[in-house]
Design a protein around this ligand. Structure first.
Ligand SMILES: Cc1cc2nc3c(=O)[nH]c(=O)nc-3n(C[C@H](O)[C@H](O)[C@H](O)COP(=O)(O)O)c2cc1C
Length: 378
């Protein structure tokens, strides 16, 4: 289906005029409601999917044994409770990572906890894993009748009130409830909004945690091996990135997601409101681009093709997605730019990626993965 450039711009204007004047979290809920509604009406969802999620054969992707229509997915945090998997698939995301889901339900931090830094195309959030908890989300996933064939990743994290030294049991509880419904499972140890969570990235803590989750997944799901990934922070020192990479190889992990939001405030400069910039929480969007890409490159240089890498953080357009692939990402995810770009974002990324692949020296997308890093080390 053809789409005129001015249609895209009109929608962007609409999104700017309506959503950007609202409280960011309210705007999220409103947009979310529309997406879910549209996905429930058969004629409408077929039309929207044809418009926004046209398939490009050459972008077909395989990652940790799962086949996907393309490499581009929705990062965790947008659909925390798995209420809009079909809706997000309808908008062109090739996989949807739900969560973070914690062992127990929790309300998250007091509002306001989400902030837009529009001139910098960034967000700051301190949501604090507001979610319905692993039992409720598992029930929802079990009862779901999928409309679109999509890969569903399940991202799990620690319940806030659970002490750090009991974290593994909380992750195991979530794993036991959710693994059967997960195409892949992600251990999130990198959100800055749960006190102490990021300490779990230290290999001494991470090794027993990942081992316990792996064992729980294998115990719970015996008919297949649920792929297990870990999601890391961009604020790790380079040696710690290497240490996580080595541990992932040692434990036979399936993937690493790089990266979560940052507590740093680098790369900003256009937002004049100094208090806004200093809001507590994780920064995402354009300012995160350089560091996320750097961490990804470092990981690929360390693990090569032994572990699947997922690139996320500051991906705004097809060129960014392409750069992540060349840097070693088999899958690419995004969140913040979706807020700024609106519903045509996925379509534009796919179209641009297909065009780049066509004019590149690579026959397939898989051939392009890590090509830049391989060139440098050759
Ligand atoms: C409002 C908000 C909530 C998020 N919640 C989660 C979460 O629950 N779990 C998680 O692993 N990442 C979460 N993230 C991080 C994103 O998944 C992603 O790693 C990060 O935003 C960088 O990508 P981006 O620059 O494309 O947004 C959240 C991000 C935002 C903006």
């Amino acid at each position: 289906m053809r789409l005129r450039e001015d249609t895209v711009n009109m929608y962007k204007l609409f999104f700017r005029l309506v959503f950007h004047r609202m409280d960011p979290e309210q705007a999220h809920h409103l947009a979310f409601r529309w997406i879910r509604l549209a996905a429930r009406v058969p004629v409408l969802r077929t039309f929207v999917a044809a418009l926004l999620a046209p398939r490009h054969e050459e972008l077909r992707t395989e990652a940790f044994g799962l086949r996907m229509h393309g490499p581009f997915g929705l990062a965790a945090g947008f659909d925390k409770n798995a209420v809009a998997v079909d809706g997000m698939s309808m908008l062109g995301f090739d996989h949807v990572e739900i969560g973070t889901v914690t062992g127990e339900p929790q309300p998250g931090n007091p509002k306001q906890r989400l902030f837009r830094l529009v001139p910098d195309r960034a967000l700051i959030n301190r949501m604090g894993f507001n979610n319905e908890g692993s039992a409720a989300v598992a029930r929802r996933l079990a009862e779901r009748t999928p409309v679109f064939r999509t890969v569903v990743g399940v991202n799990i994290g620690k319940t806030k009130v659970v002490p750090e030294d009991e974290a593994a049991a909380d992750y195991v509880k979530s794993t036991e409830r959710l693994a059967a419904h997960a195409d892949y499972l992600v251990v999130n140890v990198s959100s800055p909004n749960t006190p102490g969570l990021r300490n779990l990235q230290a290999t001494d803590s991470l090794r027993p945690l990942l081992t316990a989750v792996r064992e729980a997944a294998d115990r719970t799901v015996t008919t297949r091996r649920v792929p297990l990934l870990v999601k890391i922070a961009p604020d790790l020192a380079d040696e710690d990135v290497d240490a996580v990479a080595d541990l992932a190889v040692e434990l036979g992990l399936d993937g690493i997601i790089a990266t979560n939001t940052t507590i740093a405030r680098e790369g900003l400069g256009l937002t004049s409101d100094a208090a806004l910039v200093q809001e507590t929480g994780g920064l995402s969007g354009a300012p995160l681009k350089a560091r996320s890409l750097e961490v990804l490159r470092r990981l690929y240089a360390r693990v090569g093709d032994r572990i699947t890498l997922v690139g996320v953080g500051g991906v705004e357009n097809a060129e960014d997605a392409w750069q992540r692939i060349l840097a070693g990402a088999t899958l690419v995810q995004g969140y913040s730019a979706f807020i700024y770009e609106g519903p045509f974002w996925g379509r534009a990324i796919h179209k641009g990626l297909a065009a780049r692949l066509r004019t590149s020296p690579y026959a397939t997308l898989a051939d392009a993965v890590g090509a830049d890093v391989r060139k440098k080390t050759a």
